[in-house]
Design a protein around this ligand. Sequence first.
Ligand code: ATP
Ligand code: MG
Length: 420
Amino acid sequence: MSKNIQAIRGMHDLLPTHSPLWQRLEDGAREVLEGYGYQEIRTPLVEVTELFKRSIGEVTDIVEKEMYSFTDRNGDSLSLRPEGTASCVRAAIEHGLLAQPQRLWYRGPMFRHERPQRGRYRQFHQIGVEVFGLDGPDIDLEVILLTRRLWRALGIDGLRLEINTLGDAPERAAYRDALTAYLGRHLDQLDEDSRKRLHTNPLRILDSKDPRTQAVVADAPRLIDHLGGTSRDHFAALCAGLDEAGLDYEQNPRLVRGLDYYNRTVFEWTTDDLGAQGTVCAGGRYDGLVEQLGGRATPAVGFALGVERAVALLEQRDDPAAPSLDAYLVAVGDAAQARAIQIAEDLRDALPGMRLMCHCGGGSFKSQFKKADRSGAQLALVLGEAELAQGLIGVKPLRGTGEQETIAIRDLPKRLKRLD
Ligand code: ATP
Ligand code: MG
């Protein structure tokens, strides 16, 4: 016997039992984003590989080992997008969006060939924001406050905000030298990954989970001590704004982020409720990226929220009840069945927004009522041959008490309006 084909490891179906939670998250996010004047952008899932190499960085985990890359029929190297920022920048340059400030948002699947585990998948989803053309700490503040409003709107509590500043490129380069020199003196205490990163991506070592490496890192030179006045002022203004907004945060000097393009502000929202994969949302400023990808120098800031992780939090806090049906139309007998779909269409015309399911496929009253009951509908509408002949239809409450009544079909909209 042939084996059934299954979904690819780390790539999941979203089943109807769970889609209400996703919809709540997506609808809630969209409302909040629109409330700040952000506009949606959609870009292709596939881009030339070069785009990600040039933006995310050649020596990052993503580009070194996580991309789904393949050769197109014409020989081009293409990749499934591992994140959204590079594509947004590409699109903004390509369509000349950068002449004025832009507040954009996107959502959709991302692809990374990581080891699948709880909260870490090979196809996962992000909702993200990218703001172009604004360089002050005010927009960094807005973006972070927007995320707070999102947690509030969704009823997600218990998230912690960590922030840090990475300074600007020359400051970071000076710091990198100091850090490399320090870590080089403690080479024997570093884990293997960190040793490899010493000359390619030493800042990432700050982020190591290895206890011995962490002990070395604790006494490492601090980036904040290598910042110039402008970077310090920017960060101080952001902190002051967060204080004024009453938003608690932790300043974490080891927060560096895995992508190369960040500068100045970086932040993460984390939780203890999801085990090891506790970062739900992460972002920061990336002032150099637009120019690096061939556009005119444009400051930028953004974040991406991991939808699976946010949905997992929603699920812990709430049961994912599907929006239930208002009515289920039962029809028995050939003539009634033939009319049922039409009657349902007329009802939908008369009562926009009504959730009505029309029984299809025939069967006895008994079997159709069973389905009506299981559908979760409030009411069954009952169409039999005899009723139809007189232009009548039964209305039977399925929840609680209440008697079945028989009314004229043309009075249905009036009768059902009383439902809400
Ligand atoms: P992590 O440290 O968890 O690997 P990251 O730094 O690689 O995260 P980003 O690229 O900044 O993550 O992505 C932003 C958010 O997207 C993360 O905070 C997380 O919520 C989510 N995310 C990233 N990778 C995955 C994945 N493989 N599966 C599910 N969610 C993910
Ligand atoms: Mg990662």
